[in-house]
Design a protein. Structure first.
Length: 251
């Protein structure tokens, strides 16, 4: 389980990390944030973690401001030296409210409460989809028909290095360095291309193995991909897909 800590006191955040590691070594602290401003910027550029530990009084204000500026649906365990904000805390996504100094027993009980309330439910629709896919032969596309102005063109799948989303539209990128609109969603494309050759690395990119020039270790356990001829934005493997991506590469 990945967790985020929002705490402006370094000794307090260090102690919390030690306690979490002792209680459950599988917990991964993905970042420690010190202020409201830093936290707002973080939420606008990162996927939500499974759980947030949040102090209330930060360097530049109260952490409740985050709920006014960001869409935070993740459960929160508040960690603070003050009990005056308890009622307000439980009006947001609060699982528990721990007063400093936090003991190992209190933290363990809060994590148990979180696990009880937020135990993941089986995704039966996903299971049904997998069963249907196994029962049907996989048909992969050999080419994509694209429209350029009033003209149509067929692009062979062997010429395509990646599919991507930009401004809510889908595009494909070719070996020749050309970008063309594709009249498909990435979900649809993922279902019709050869999974041995193409991999969905995040919500916005599907890349082809042949197009990969370099793979670089990046911050927060992510990977950065250098794609042949690509001169646009950085291409990153999302944290959630890194393990599967490595298996796809190492086959």
């Amino acid at each position: 389980m990945n967790v985020l800590i929002i705490e402006d006191e370094r000794p307090a955040s260090a102690k919390l990390i030690r306690l979490l590691a002792k209680i459950d070594p599988s917990i991964e602290v993905i970042d420690v944030l010190r202020s409201v401003e830093q936290s707002v910027n973080w939420f606008h550029s990162h996927p939500l973690p499974a759980l947030i530990f949040m102090d209330i009084q930060l360097e530049d204000g109260l952490s409740f401001e985050l709920f006014e500026n960001c869409r935070i649906e993740t459960p929160v365990i508040f960690t603070t030296a003050y009990d005056a904000y308890m009622l307000k805390a439980f009006k947001v996504n609060s699982v528990d409210y721990l007063l400093k100094p936090i003991s190992s027993e209190e933290l363990s009980q809060a994590l148990t409460k979180y696990n009880t309330l937020h135990r993941p439910q089986p995704d039966y629709s996903r299971l049904e989809s997998i069963i249907n896919q196994l029962q049907q032969p996989i048909k992969t596309k050999e080419r994509f028909l694209i429209k350029i102005g009033e003209h149509y063109r067929s692009v062979a799948i062997t010429d395509i290095l990646c599919f991507y989303i930009r401004e809510r539209s889908t595009f494909l990128f070719t070996k020749q360095g050309k970008h063309y609109p594709a009249d498909y969603s990435l979900d649809k494309i993922e279902s019709v291309v050869d999974p041995q050759q193409f991999f969905r690395i995040n919500r916005h990119f599907i890349i082809r193995f042949e197009g990969i020039c370099d793979i670089l270790a990046y911050s927060s356990n992510r990977l950065k991909i250098t794609l042949s001829g690509w001169k646009e934005e950085e291409i990153l493997v999302s944290r959630e897909r890194v393990v599967e991506f490595k298996k796809w590469i190492d086959r």
